[in-house]
Design a protein around this ligand. Structure first.
Ligand SMILES: *Cc1c(COP(=O)(O)O)cnc(C)c1O
Length: 370
């Protein structure tokens, strides 16, 4: 199956095989060695010296961990939302009793840093700014560096909590340089690993907020994660097989290097965007902020998405995801993060070029070779 979802993503054979290993005990020196190596490897790709933990959870678990460890009920927080995942972050904070001010931008566009600066400065002070780096529901990457800087101009020292679930490990994200206090990703996105681990880093300022937080937490209490990691352990039984897989995947990623990983995603994303446009399709995202991990495409007029979705799977062995929430039926999304090659994109474009005319979309005349 040509799995072109923005998570879960396909995994290389050696990563899958690592998961077939016999269990080791999570309080053994053998596990301590793996968790130590994995944590250091992740820090290299996060471009951070901050503390970093692997939680046995999906990405949403890490977002919930941010809320319960660094906020208190009644805290005023500012959420920047450009889609489904920004909205989800706001909902989690509200669920735990934070007082949320949300600034929405039109779906398909990126957040405007100067609008963020103005809103934080007029509406503040806030305990934290919550923001999504790469909005997987719309295929847009925010200018996180500029947004963090804008928020800090409006309110120096404000805590930045970042959902980088579909960007870290694929799109440039300089955690220390951009002063991103708490930031998380998930194993099933760009990391070439099955779902099961969420990785989160925490700055000094983050730990200060942890000390001040009165929100109750138990499973996701990051203070416990800190105590246990000092012994090469996790507080609870971790997803050991996913650690095996991540250990192997990180070996590949570190060999390629951060710059290499980012350039590869840029190149594959360009191929995808060009391919889609050559089929006479339109991107949802504004061009200059289109994501390098997921491309959101408008379903052309007259085409029934459900029919195309099913046909791609049945006749072309290709899975592309639809839109979420209000975008359901209006867009589809091609994932191109993690273990993906130009050939995978060519196969996807070929499948689309054959399926689309069958569901009522006429392809543009081929441009004659000059
Ligand atoms: C996938 C994703 C999530 C949710 O992650 P789960 O692992 O499904 O819980 C949150 N935010 C973004 C930006 C994502 O891409």
């Amino acid at each position: 199956m040509n799995l072109r979802s923005p998570g879960p993503t396909p995994c290389p054979e050696d990563v899958l095989q690592a998961m077939g290993r016999q269990m080791i005990h999570h309080r053994s020196p053998a596990f301590a060695e793996i968790v130590g190596r994995v944590t250091e490897g992740l820090k290299t790709i996060f471009e951070t010296k901050n503390d970093l933990y692997c939680l046995s959870a999906s990405g949403t678990g890490a977002l919930e961990a941010m809320v319960v460890n660094f906020l208190s009920p009644g805290d005023r927080v500012f959420v920047v939302s450009i889609g489904v995942f920004g909205d989800r972050f706001a909902t989690i904070a509200e669920t735990y009793g934070a007082d949320v001010t949300k600034l929405d931008f039109e779906w398909g566009t990126a957040a405007d840093p100067s609008a963020v600066e103005q809103a934080v400065s007029e509406g503040g002070p806030f305990k934290a700014v919550l923001v999504t780096h790469n909005e997987t529901s719309t295929g847009v990457t925010n200018d996180l560096e500029a947004i963090a800087a804008a928020a800090r101009r409006a309110q120096p020292g404000v805590l930045m909590l970042v959902d980088a679930i579909s960007s870290l490990g694929s799109i440039r994200c300089k955690v220390d340089e951009w002063e991103l206090d708490v930031i998380a990703t998930g194993s099933q996105k760009g990391w070439m690993v099955p779902p099961g681990l969420a990785m989160i880093s925490i700055s000094e300022r983050g730990w200060q907020a942890y000390e001040e937080s009165t929100m109750p937490s138990f499973y996701f209490d990051l203070g416990k994660a800190k105590t246990f990691l000092a012994k090469g352990q996790t507080p609870w039984t971790p997803a050991i097989s996913i650690f095996f897989a991540l250990d192997v995947a990180l070996g590949r990623l570190l060999e390629e290097g951060v710059d290499g990983i980012i350039e590869r995603h840029q190149r594959i994303a360009d191929l995808t965007r060009n391919g889609v446009k050559s089929l006479g399709l339109e991107l949802l995202a504004v061009e200059d902020r289109a994501s390098n991990t997921v491309t959101a495409v408008r379903v052309p007029d007259g085409v029934e998405w459900k029919t195309l979705y099913q046909m791609l799977q049945d006749d072309y062995d290709t899975l592309i995801e639809g839109g979420q929430g209000p975008l359901a039926g209006k867009i589809f999304r091609i994932g191109h993060l993690g273990w993906v090659t130009g050939e995978d994109i060519e196969i996807t474009m070929k499948a689309l070029s054959q399926a689309l005319p069958r569901v009522g979309h006429q392809l543009p005349e081929a441009t004659p070779a000059s």
